[in-house]
Write a protein that binds this ligand. Structure first.
Ligand SMILES: Cc1cc2nc3c(=O)[nH]c(=O)nc-3n(C[C@H](O)[C@H](O)[C@H](O)COP(=O)(O)OP(=O)(O)OC[C@H]3O[C@@H](n4cnc5c(N)ncnc54)[C@H](O)[C@@H]3O)c2cc1C
Length: 545
């Protein structure tokens, strides 16, 4: 069975398909920006050279598992265990590349049906073995790393449960197994003229189950928009929202499952609301004089509920980075030159780019476009045309691939997301940038420095997520301590300015707000204890131990 399609120590496919080499010009620009005379060669350790602790699964348990699921569904070799050792955060990748495989499970299983999953859970409960559900492995908060609190830990990879089981084209509803990736689901829906329209940054490799269970913050809780029902396997049996029949009852599994991180059950199926493929679409880019005026514009759009497909605002440094990324190896067009001239004349010295995409019927697109133009003009934006927006769209999923290459060239690339209220955004933005720059400055050689790029594309009328991409010369003697310094700086700023670092590793022990409110926490605990009395489902995640 070919289960080694993804890179064990980076983002993307093992065969690196679809990844263009990073042009020398970009490396030269980065070295100059970071104050480095030259970049370094820092390749990952090779898989063959790495040791891994023996599996703690007893030969008898392994044999029972093979009988229950079939021998071809149970794997405990080095490659499988390493490929499932934690998620794809920068810290995880650093540790894996350095040869640390303490996050590896003792075995990996690939169930093919609800019955397989139930058999596994009953067995694991009886034997007190932890089970960690795995979708695409894109998680960045450490909730895929077994805490090793039990006799052994098994990772349950759902990739063989990836079927679209039924599509009701009239009602625009689909029943889908949750191991399906975003791109597989969109391709299958497109054959019916439909789409889900969910485009997270990890789009190509993450799964339906991961979007439901893995994401839980108010500004990007999009699963609640399209998830109608869930089918959940637990050690106590199967629980289902009977499609729409139970929609008005107070107990819907889907409500518990969003952000549950695999600690309350294995979501094996989901009923999702689809929408028609757009007949019209329109993309455009605008430049704002500064980040604050861009933010004021998107806040107004959120408040007015103008429906958009993408609204992505970059700060001045992210805009500059994207400009370089999009222009290497390409001569500027006449339009590019005219835009730059217009920005100079208007004295937009550090412009911030907004990329907007509208999709739907001709009327909805025209309506969205009119409203957007009105709002952005009010906040002083200059339209810079569709070519820049289209370049951004073509390359929007490239940053994690660039991170792979940076790790090989002595650079670090850490992403920190801080959620806040709109009225605190301005203070928090400046303070976080300053603190991250300082934390980088304290950990790199004299004269070297970092780049702190900020963007936002997840927001509601109340809240906004600021995503900071930090690029810096890596401290080769202790990359993990360097990284901790960044997290500390971000957490201190968030605490003093009124924000929450939402992709902090410790959040995996407090997602869904379990720790913020004792009554809520008690209710969730009761649900966990009822569904998973032996506490085998992703132990230590969601509930601190
Ligand atoms: C480059 C990049 C960018 C990202 N950007 C964002 C972002 O902007 N916003 C954001 O919120 N996240 C982001 N992430 C994180 C990631 O996209 C989400 O965590 C996503 O939910 C992961 O989906 P997955 O299928 O890979 O799930 P996994 O990473 O495999 O699992 C995520 C969690 O859900 C549990 N789980 C998975 N499937 C199931 C299931 N069927 N039943 C029960 N539990 C399950 C796992 O145990 C784990 O706790 C990003 C990640 C990367 C690498």
């Amino acid at each position: 069975m070919d289960h080694d399609g993804l890179r064990w120590n980076g983002w993307g496919s093992a065969d690196r398909s679809g990844v263009a080499p990073v042009p020398d010009e970009l490396w030269g620009w980065l070295a100059q920006q970071l104050g480095m005379r030259a970049l370094l060669a820092t390749p990952s350790r090779a898989l063959d050279d790495l040791e891994i602790a023996p599996s703690r699964l007893s030969p008898r348990d392994r044999q029972i598992l093979s009988v229950l699921l079939g021998p071809e569904k149970v794997w405990d070799d080095k490659q499988e265990r390493t490929g499932h050792a934690g998620g794809r955060s920068y810290v995880h990748l650093l540790r894996l590349r350095n040869g640390d495989r303490s996050d590896a499970p003792d075995a990996v299983v690939y169930p093919a049906s609800n019955e397989d999953v139930l058999k596994l859970l009953v067995f694991a409960s009886e034997r007190e073995i932890a089970v960690v559900p795995w979708g695409g492995g894109a998680n960045i908060v450490g909730s895929l790393a077994p805490r090793h609190l039990h006799r052994a830990a098994i990772t349950l990879d759902l990739r063989d449960m990836n079927r679209v089981e039924a599509v009701d084209t009239k009602a625009r509803i689909a029943r889908v197994q949750t191991g399906i990736t975003c791109s597989e689901l969109e391709n299958a829906s497109a054959t019916h003229g439909l789409m889900l329209g969910h485009r997270p940054d990890a789009f190509e490799f993450s799964t339906l189950g991961g979007w439901i269970a893995g994401v839980a913050d108010a500004a990007s809780q999009t699963a609640r928009d399209w998830l109608l029902g869930a089918e959940v396997a637990t050690p106590r049996g199967m629980l289902r929202d009977d499609d729409l029949a139970l929609a008005d009852t107070p107990l819907r599994m889907r409500d518990f499952m969003v952000g549950s991180r695999g600690a309350l059950g294995i979501i094996t199926g989901a009923t999702v609301r689809l929408r028609p493929q757009p007949v019209a679409s329109w993309a455009a880019a605008y430049m704002f004089r500064d980040f604050e005026s861009g933010a004021a514009a998107i806040q107004e759009i959120a408040r007015e509920r103008v429906p958009y497909a993408v609204l992505h605002l970059s700060d001045a440094d992210d805009t500059r980075f994207l400009d370089v990324l999009h222009s290497v190896g390409r001569d500027p067009t006449l339009r590019d030159r005219m835009v730059n001239l217009a920005l100079n004349v208007a004295r937009y010295e550090a412009p911030c780019m907004l990329t907007a995409v509208f999709e739907g019927t001709r009327d909805t697109v025209a309506h969205g476009r009119r409203n957007l133009s009105r709002v952005v003009r009010k906040h002083g934006a200059l339209p810079v045309g569709s070519a820049r927006a289209n370049r951004w769209l073509q390359q929007r999923f490239q940053k994690p691939f660039l991170r792979n290459a940076m790790l090989d060239n002595g650079l670090g690339f850490e992403t920190i997301v801080i959620s806040t209220n709109w009225y605190k955004l301005s203070d928090l933005y400046s303070a976080a940038r300053g603190a991250l720059q300082k934390a980088i400055g304290d950990t790199v050689p004299r004269l070297a420095r970092g780049l702190v790029l900020c963007r936002t594309s997840h927001f509601s009328s109340q809240q906004v997520n600021l995503t900071f991409d930090c690029i810096f010369p890596r401290a080769l003697n202790d990359g993990l301590a360097q990284c901790s310094a960044l997290w500390r700086a971000a957490s201190e700023v968030a605490a003093s300015c009124g924000g929450t670092v939402i992709n902090n590793r410790s959040r995996s022990e407090d997602s869904a707000g379990a720790g913020q409110n004792t009554l809520k926490s008690a209710i969730l605990r009761a649900v966990k204890d009822t569904l998973d009395p032996k506490g085998i489902l992703n132990p230590g995640v969601l509930f601190p131990r």
